[in-house]
Design a protein around this ligand. Structure first.
Ligand code: ADP
Ligand code: MG
Length: 320
């Protein structure tokens, strides 16, 4: 195992060339100096990943690097923000250069796709932990909040739900799937697609928005609570990948409703904005599906389900 110093690691893997103009001072000084575009507000978010808690110990370092940045990019997307910079605080049990090289490679691949630049960080010795802080910007006042859902809005999601939770069940050997479906779900767990391609569109059309990291029920609950509204959800409208479509309905619903790690966007739109939004989203290759509607007359979340006699009924969920 190649042991190297902290300074070598920073120099070799975290000091990237060709910084954008917005970075006046990046890695190498005591702090970064960054230029926020005039007329914009700074949007900041941070997430920590601890080995064995937020990712299984055996996760490949390339995936850890990718995902640590992806989930943070997803937070920027949920705010309607354009990614600009990030910092990286990394704690390593040993300075294994090959391992760090792979982590940096996964991170950099995604960073380049999204034009987000590494501007600083901290490198320490300790239990494996990775903290990424992202920064982006929105035009003044244009950030998308959880609290802006309105009566009559449709509730929609990007992509498909439940795949990553199924992937985690596969990794933890709680679930057996055909090989192709298992690979697909594990890939969705390790390499979520942050939906930044949608953020400008949502900035134009959506009222409330957040990303789904803890399962649809908990996260929709946050929007409802922040906005002081209720909602009706139709589980028969939920979008499924082929892998989950092939599962018994109760099982895939469990993954989508209370699994985690989807990193799809959950948002509300006024009905008259839907057609334009779906068309624009198609043009950037993202599927959007309406799954319910906001209703201020009712508290909490009602979800339809099929009664044993075949009729449809509604079940009440609290947002706790
Ligand atoms: P300080 O003592 O001022 O904290 P460090 O030795 O920790 O300085 O860091 C030196 C420079 O390297 C700083 O610009 C810091 O932002 C950067 N840096 C340290 N670790 C990382 C990392 N993991 N990723 C990116 N930049 C880093
Ligand atoms: Mg430091």
């Amino acid at each position: 195992m190649a042991q190297v110093s902290e300074f070598d690691l920073i120099r070799d893997y975290f000091r990237w060339d060709q910084p954008p103009d917005s970075v006046r001072v990046g890695v190498g000084d005591d702090a970064a100096i960054l230029r926020v575009p005039p007329g914009s507000e700074l949007v900041v978010s941070v997430d920590t990943f601890n080995a064995g808690i937020h990712f299984p110990h055996e996760t490949p370092p390339h995936a850890i690097g990718y995902k640590a940045l992806a989930v943070n990019l997803s937070d920027l997307a949920a705010m309607g923000a354009t990614p600009a910079w990030f910092t990286l605080a990394i704690s390593l049990p040993q300075a294994d250069a090959q391992w760090v090289a792979e982590l940096a490679r996964g991170m950099r691949e995604l960073a380049q796709q999204h034009n987000i630049f590494l501007v600083g960080g901290d490198t320490t010795r300790g239990a494996l932990s990775i903290t990424v802080q992202v920064m982006g910007f929105v035009p003044c006042g244009a950030g998308l909040l959880r609290s802006h859902a309105q009566h009559g809005d449709l509730i929609a999601v990007s992509g498909t739900l439940g795949d990553a939770a199924a992937g985690l069940a596969v990794v933890q050997q709680r679930l057996q799937l055909p090989a192709a479906a298992a690979d697909y779900c594990v890939q969705r767990l390790n390499y979520p697609t942050p939906r930044n391609a949608l953020s400008h569109l949502l900035q134009q059309h959506a009222h409330a928005c957040m990303d789904i990291s803890d399962g649809l029920l908990a996260d929709l609950g946050h929007i409802l609570q922040a906005s002081g509204v209720g909602a009706r959800l139709d589980h028969e409208l939920l979008p499924w990948s082929e892998a989950l479509q092939a599962m018994p309905q109760a099982q895939r619903l469990g993954f989508a409703l209370s699994g985690g790690d989807d990193y799809e966007l959950l948002f509300t739109v006024p009905p008259d904005a839907l057609a334009a939004l779906i068309m624009a989203a198609n043009a950037v290759g993202v599927r959007i599906t309406v799954i319910g509607e906001v209703n201020k007359m009712q508290q909490g979340l009602l979800m339809n389900h099929r009664l044993s006699d075949g009729r449809r009924g509604y079940e009440h969920f609290s947002s706790e």
